[in-house]
Design a protein around this ligand. Structure first.
Ligand code: GCU
Length: 332
């Protein structure tokens, strides 16, 4: 009888451990999902995140990465993170817009003057803590952000120099209402879809254009079909590393600190990898794929989206975050 009781006891312990994501050996595994390829800078920075977590925890916390959208689109992965089936996810801030209106601010075109302003904002803990913990009640917290570059427009066969050239351009955007509104304000026809579908949609002519940083051209082969890349610089949308809130809160204070520090250190590491990759990929797109890179005068684009800024400053769901990001009283 004692041995039966012992077996039951051990089983209960094992189950409790599993529920916690902790194996019998005391190792906690964090399942991390993202939608980039293995040579993308974000993947390399997530590997670095895992390495630091493992090292600082003396192998007690280990990160297992599921890349390439294996576990689904960003929206699906966020839902899995909410439910706890996935522990950590790297998604675009745009994908979080459907979960928390504060994140929509990052898709508001030209909300940041330039990358420096964006970086200053993202490194201001007063601002980011508010955003990162805002989603705790829906089961997710933010750990850090990664530079995802500046988003520019690219087309299959149309040069776009001013906003007038956007007329009727079927343009893929991220599944974010703000991005849909942006393309509408610019005169194009927005087509929201998941990232993994963009290459085929461009190739088959379902869309004429898309918009992203330069890695999309080479890493995701969009440069094979899109030959014009215009530096419209309309959005600077960070990538976000988010975690299931319950899972995070179950870790001890010391372990939470390890995860947090590893996340922040991987953001710094990412900056170096990012800069190098963007240069390399731009050269490859130019020289090997025949993509033409075009500087544009942004003024007509900036002007066309001003009604969106007005609406953001007034809407009760977005006005606080808009003021915080823009600085009280400016741009009104
Ligand atoms: C960027 C971002 C991805 C996102 C993609 C998109 O590449 O890093 O997380 O999925 O844009 O346009 O959907």
């Amino acid at each position: 009888r004692i041995s039966i009781l012992l077996t039951v006891f051990v089983l209960i312990l094992a189950l409790a451990g599993c529920q916690n994501g902790t194996s019998q050996s005391g190792v906690s595994e964090l399942k991390l999902a993202h939608n980039q390829t293995l040579d993308h800078p974000v993947h390399l920075s997530l590997v670095e995140f895992g390495r630091i977590v493992k090292e600082k925890s003396n192998n007690k916390i280990q990160v297992k990465i599921y890349p390439n959208g294996q576990l689904g689109s960003e929206r699906e992965v966020l839902e899995l993170t909410q439910s706890g089936a996935v522990d950590v996810a790297k998604v675009s801030a745009s994908a979080l817009e459907g979960f928390e209106p504060d994140y929509s601010i990052f898709s508001l075109p030209y909300v940041f003057e330039d990358y420096e302003e964006f970086e200053k904002t993202m490194n201001n803990k007063d601002i980011t803590d508010k955003i990162y913990y805002q989603t705790e009640d829906i089961g997710i917290i933010g750990l850090t952000y990664y530079n995802a570059g500046v988003r520019n427009l690219y087309t299959k066969n149309r040069e776009v120099n001013t906003v007038a050239d956007m007329k009727g351009l079927k343009t893929r955007v991220q599944p974010s209402q703000t991005s849909v509104n942006m393309i509408e304000a610019l005169g194009g026809l927005p087509t929201p879809m998941a990232y993994g579908e963009v290459y085929t949609a461009l190739q088959s002519g379902v869309i004429d254009a898309a918009e992203n940083n330069e890695t999309a051209l080479v890493g995701n082969n969009h440069g094979e079909v899109a030959k014009y890349y215009m530096y419209t610089g309309h959005q600077i949308v960070p990538d976000m590393l988010v975690m299931n809130a319950k899972r995070f809160n179950k870790f001890s204070a010391e372990e939470q600190k390890i995860i947090q520090e590893a996340a922040e250190e991987s953001t710094l590491y990412h900056e170096g990898v990012w800069a190098k990759t963007i240069n390399e990929m731009t050269e490859t797109a130019k020289n090997e794929m025949g993509v033409k890179f075009i500087e544009v005068d942004k003024s007509s684009f900036i002007e066309a989206v001003q009604p969106l800024h007005k609406a953001y400053a007034q809407d009760e769901k977005t006005r606080d975050i808009y003021q915080i990001i823009k600085g009280a009283g400016t741009n009104e």
